[in-house]
Design a protein around this ligand. Sequence first.
Ligand SMILES: Cc1cc2nc3c(=O)[nH]c(=O)nc-3n(C[C@H](O)[C@H](O)[C@H](O)COP(=O)(O)OP(=O)(O)OC[C@H]3O[C@@H](n4cnc5c(N)ncnc54)[C@H](O)[C@@H]3O)c2cc1C
Length: 303
Amino acid sequence: MPIEDIIRRDIVLKPLTTMKTGGPASYFAEPSSEEEILELLDYAKKNSLEVFILGNGSNVIADDDGFDGLVIKIGNNMSDIKVESDTNDSEYMFITAGAGCLLSKFGNTAASEGLEGAEFACGIPGSVGGAVFMNAGAYGREISDIAVSVRFIEEGEVKDIEVNKDMFGYRTSYFVNNGRIVTSLRARLKKGDKDAIDAYVKELRDKRTASQPLTVPSCGSTFKRPEGYFAGKLIQDSGLKGFSLDDSGAEVSPKHSGFVVNNGGTAGSKDIIKLIKYVQNKVYEDSGVKLECEVRFLGGKKE
Ligand SMILES: Cc1cc2nc3c(=O)[nH]c(=O)nc-3n(C[C@H](O)[C@H](O)[C@H](O)COP(=O)(O)OP(=O)(O)OC[C@H]3O[C@@H](n4cnc5c(N)ncnc54)[C@H](O)[C@@H]3O)c2cc1C
């Protein structure tokens, strides 16, 4: 099948992001294999199209005017998950998951197999690929704690590398550079007590539900945690908990000041970004701390 057959035109990004904002991508495709990704990259190069890799859209603010390039969404079509024994050590198992697999499914699979260490992943609404790219984490654990190897595409080649902690940082990774596209993750997890694992998953889920505005569109924590501080606390100390500049729907969550939310789903990205900048300026004025965005931008200005 020619690769053009899987490319669609003018696909609105709003439903594909958890912030529920964003205009159309001029070109859009959901590949089913590494080969199709390579063909899409080739197509983009021949047609001078900028490429953006989209996972589950849970950390992306897409421009209201959309993106005049090719969005490659790595989702359901590349979401196989496989559990295997570690033949060198019977205490451990491997889980290999396609980049499009939901991180929650990855975490729940580990829990249902009685494997510990991926409980943190159950409540993060990203894909495995996005989680590797961002080194997603919560409650003291992150992807780099469990990742052993990653398959990815770089400069037209599929590569498979062993990974180590040095290749990851706080909400960043080796894969952020040089246009690397993650296609699958292999993680190694220790066998544990299934009841204790299930109880821990539930405990973390309850904590999240109690402290985060999970029913309102957002990208989770808008800002990275500044060294020595908590973004939410700084924002609260600046009197911005529940703050909004206008009635667009863009709001600092009254439940968690670290989340800029799209209350009612009525705000555009421009409203969200205006509020983000306001919060950054006010917190800087009050505390001297610069809040850096954890969210990433699709299209538009990249500041
Ligand atoms: C309610 C809520 C709670 C959240 N809680 C947490 C949390 O506890 N901890 C945490 O770390 N994050 C959290 N997040 C943020 C988000 O879920 C994570 O950053 C997640 O890892 C993003 O994955 P994604 O698939 O949605 O990526 P996307 O949002 O689609 O993309 C994010 C970035 O990753 C890149 N990317 C995506 N897939 C690939 C790929 N296969 N190869 C290369 N690059 C890729 C994109 O180009 C983009 O730059 C939360 C978000 C929400 C909405």
